[in-house]
Ligand binder design. Structure first.
Ligand code: LMR
Length: 399
């Protein structure tokens, strides 16, 4: 049956982990997938997560199915975390929300919902570049992929003018995907003033904003600050939709905890939107897994544990900032002729090094340093111990 089936290429991000595992180098470094590591290079289970999980286990809860939209205590708290306690749509009960299979699942539900119901063109504009999986998620949802300018490789910063010009040139009522914070892969975010101008341009075009917030807390170390764009758009009267992930900020990667929400115009509209979300989710995976959502819910709903967790998020963000500084310092100490300011200017989990695909291949083949071909490195995988070898490897290639 499958005699003619072509071999597919490895995944641009997860395929890196496969290549890394095969490498026998004792000091190999994996900076591919965006997964936080402690300073010993080990996966980090947050102490708040350990505590919450123990509480969940000790309750001997049943393993019944959750409702189609998941664990209500979790989704309520997730919405509060994103939209904030002062959010009018939240207070007025006009945000439809469902638990999702982490951020990817949230995007996929959103894609399916827009493909089925969005009254305008079934196309979505994503930034150039964007997370490597965005195209596949949205095209598998039946949306056409279009792009807008985002990153300026000459300044290694935001192409703000290009971005706003492209937003203004989109057909009226276009769907636009925005990374809420800690842009993946570039680590380049708009400033608050730039977000205000982006909101104006989106409003002027009557476009539909779709926020992807996979890294709330990772950009600034502060979950409220990182929600600025989402909250500003709401304050400006936009009715966006939002994909949330708890993979990074709670380290719940394999538990697949996320949420997808749609801000609607009224509580009555919300009920209808909810009903259609359920109709989309049911044939996809029926209902979501409960364990991770219970952990997240325990953290979000217990004031003391919540406070502890926010401190841990800050700690992760700070370790990443320290590693950025160390990498830059090491490259400069080696006498590198390149400018590396962008490593410390960029934020979030990733640094967009500016290395070419060929240079990234060399980095893997000659130095056993693995990261994606677009030049992105996960700074969360850098440690005090491997930073020296990493800098040397980059220096040998780039000078
Ligand atoms: C990444 O960009 O590395 C993460 O979002 C993990 C993934 O699923 O790609």
């Amino acid at each position: 049956v499958w005699a003619q089936l072509p071999q597919g290429p490895p995944d641009a991000i997860l395929g890196i982990t496969e290549a890394f595992k095969k490498d026998k180098h004792p000091k190999k470094i994996n900076l591919g997938v965006g997964a936080y590591r402690d300073d010993k290079g080990k996966p980090y289970v947050l102490p708040s997560v350990v505590e919450a999980e123990q509480r969940v286990v000790q309750q001997y809860l049943d393993k019944e199915y959750a409702g189609i939209t998941g664990v209500p205590d979790f989704t309520k708290a997730a919405a509060l975390l994103a939209y904030g306690p002062d959010s009018a749509p939240l207070k007025e009960g006009r945000i439809a929300i469902t638990q999702s299979i982490s951020g990817t699942g949230a995007l996929r539900i959103g894609g399916a919902f827009l493909q089925r119901f969005y009254p305008g063109a079934k196309a979505i504009y994503i930034p150039t570049p964007s997370w490597a999986n965005h195209k596949a998620v949205f095209s598998d949802s039946g949306l056409e992929i279009k792009q807008y300018r985002y990153y300026n490789k000459d300044t290694i910063g935001l192409d703000f003018d290009g971005m706003v010009a492209d937003i203004k040139n989109m057909p009226k009522g276009s769907i636009i995907l925005l990374h809420a914070c800690a842009h993946n892969p570039t680590g380049v975010d708009p400033t608050e003033d730039q977000w205000r101008a982006i909101s104006d341009a989106v409003k002027e075009g009557e476009h539909y904003p779709f926020f992807d917030m996979a890294y709330q807390g990772f950009a600034s170390g502060d979950t409220d600050k990182d929600a600025f764009a989402v909250r500003h758009f709401l304050a400006e009267g936009h009715l966006p939709c939002l994909a949330q992930s708890f993979a990074k900020n709670m380290g719940l990667y394999g538990e697949r905890v996320g949420a997808f929400s749609i801000v609607t115009a009224s509580a009555e509209e919300k009920v209808r939107v909810d009903s259609q979300i359920k109709i989309i989710v049911r044939p996809l995976y029926s209902n979501p897994p409960v364990h991770g959502a219970r952990i997240a819910s325990t953290i979000l709903n217990d004031p003391a544990l919540n406070k502890q967790w926010l401190g841990e998020v800050k700690g992760m963000a700070e370790r990443i900032i320290t590693m950025r500084a160390l990498l830059k310092e090491n490259l400069e100490k080696l006498g590198s002729k390149q400018k590396w300011d962008h490593i410390t200017d960029q934020i979030g989990m990733f640094a967009y090094t500016g290395l070419t695909a060929a240079e990234m291949t060399k980095l893997a083949e000659e130095h056993s340093v693995y990261a994606t071909k677009d030049g992105r490195i996960s700074v969360a995988g850098i440690t005090s111990e491997n930073v020296g070898r990493l800098a040397e490897s980059i220096y040998k290639i780039k000078g």
